[in-house]
Ligand binder design. Structure first.
Ligand code: GAR
Length: 202
């Protein structure tokens, strides 16, 4: 049985989608833990109510980024994960942490990468006037939002879209592509070569 650790910072709706899909589809995998860097992350209650172990490693308790990442890594590794899933985990990670989980840490980013890295991606898309926007699942590498792309979903940008309306439509797609990508990973269907990802049967 493969083990997955999910990291969140807040609402945790992507984590929820992954947990619910793993149950509905009876994945040969266990969500071993949900870990947050914020004690008040709403998603922790959902995880606990599903019998999933939760932990909190509070970033502001540490004097440096390296010290925090090292404590976080120690906590994650207690659960011996095959895959680490960043689901709205709003931290920039140190190169050593990223290297430790090379090719076994996924992130979801709310844009069609390589467009619109960083924060406020929906406003960035509106400001740029793009007609298509979306979400990307990618492996995490040291360069922010630049790792090999596993999956993307596009939504049309409508004339009357606001940051919120666009975010909502993108989020619905996130909840489809992220569980699918995680499942493909745990089934061993994803291979990475340089910047390119190949998915068996896709
Ligand atoms: C999601 O839209 C995710 O793509 C985004 O934060 C939101 C978290 O929502 N992640 C990033 O912006 C990462 N840079 P959730 O907590 O409900 O899953």
């Amino acid at each position: 049985m493969k083990k997955i650790v999910i990291l969140i910072s807040g609402r945790g709706s992507n984590m929820q989608a992954i947990v619910e899909t793993s149950i509905a589809e009876q994945w040969p995998a266990q969500i071993a833990a949900v870990i947050s860097n914020k004690a008040d992350a709403a998603g922790l209650a959902f995880a606990a109510s599903h019998g999933i172990p939760t932990a909190v490693v509070v970033s502001k308790d540490f004097s440096s980024r390296e010290a925090f990442d090292s404590a976080l890594q120690q906590k994650i590794d207690e659960f011996e994960p095959d895959l680490v899933v960043l689901a709205g985990f709003m931290r920039i990670l140190t190169p050593a942490f990223v290297a430790h989980y090379a090719n076994r840490m996924l992130n979801i980013h709310p844009s069609l990468l390589p467009s619109f890295v960083g924060l406020h991606t929906h406003q960035q898309a509106l400001d740029a006037g793009v007609k298509l926007h979306g979400a990307t699942v990618h492996f995490v590498t040291a360069e922010l939002d630049h790792g090999p792309i596993v999956a993307q979903a596009a939504v049309e940008v409508l004339n009357n879209d606001t940051e919120d309306s666009l975010a909502q439509r993108v989020l619905r797609q996130e909840h489809i592509i992220y569980p699918r990508a995680v499942r493909q990973f745990i089934e061993g269907k994803i291979s990475v070569s340089g910047h390119h990802v190949t998915i068996a049967d896709a």
